[in-house]
Design a protein around this ligand. Structure first.
Ligand code: IMP
Ligand code: MG
Length: 201
């Protein structure tokens, strides 16, 4: 009892799995309409965006293809001004393709705006961004998020692909972590949110 009372001060469900599912269905429908007659390539930046990508493509009624990129930052996003090293590049050429970058969350936007410039230099037909979460109050690099799941408050979030130190990507809901220091000190604190827990009302 005490532990669960304490836990609710540490983290809480911000977007439940059913809200996420419904929103992705809407995004998929919009993308399907916008790209009618075309075959966009959806690009996910590992690892966070992979869960969103997997659900999103199953709501798009088009012959899409997918590709992945892995990047590593020089220091933090702000220090590197978004410059990143490409650790794993795309498998396929994107020349003349319609590209949709699928991101879990856009925070400062530095990483993504750098990535957009890298991809645009390869002469795709178009580049648009689809982000599940938009922490717009934190934006440093202005960029257009054409397809957005939810506006996200300025709080650390985990679950549905997003991690704290590589954990909890498999939480089905998106949690707001109010006390990040507590979770970093005791990484087991959020175990009760793992799959198997009933969906929040
Ligand atoms: P930025 O937009 O360049 O600042 O970086 C965005 C990246 O930072 C995202 O793709 C996430 O990997 C990570 N990130 C930003 N905010 C959060 C958060 O609240 N939880 C987990 N990861 C985050
Ligand atoms: Mg990420």
């Amino acid at each position: 009892m005490l532990r669960s009372a304490y836990l609710s001060d540490v983290a809480s469900v911000l977007f439940g799995r059913e809200d996420i599912r419904r929103r992705i269905e809407e995004l998929g429908r919009t993308i399907t309409g916008d790209y009618e007659g075309r075959a966009p390539v959806l690009i996910s930046v590992l690892k966070g965006g992979s869960v969103f990508l997997a659900d999103l493509i199953r709501e798009i009624a088009l012959p899409v293809s997918i590709d992945y990129m892995s990047i590593s930052r020089y220091g933090g996003a702000a220090e590197s001004r978004g410059r990143v090293r490409i650790v794993k590049d795309l498998d396929d050429d994107i020349g003349d393709r319609d590209v949709i970058i699928v991101e879990d969350i856009v925070d400062t936007g530095l990483t993504l705006s750098y990535l957009i410039s890298v991809l645009e230099s390869r002469n795709p037909a178009s580049v648009r961004v689809c982000a599940l979460l938009d922490k717009s109050v934190r934006r440093i690099a202005p960029l257009e998020i054409r397809y957005r799941g939810f506006e996200c408050p300025d709080v650390f979030v985990v679950g549905y692909g997003l991690d704290v130190r590589e954990r909890y990507r498999n939480v089905p809901d998106i949690l707001a972590v109010q006390d990040l220091a507590a979770v970093q000190a005791d990484p087991d604190l959020l175990l009760s949110y793992l799959p198997g827990r009933p969906a929040p009302a």
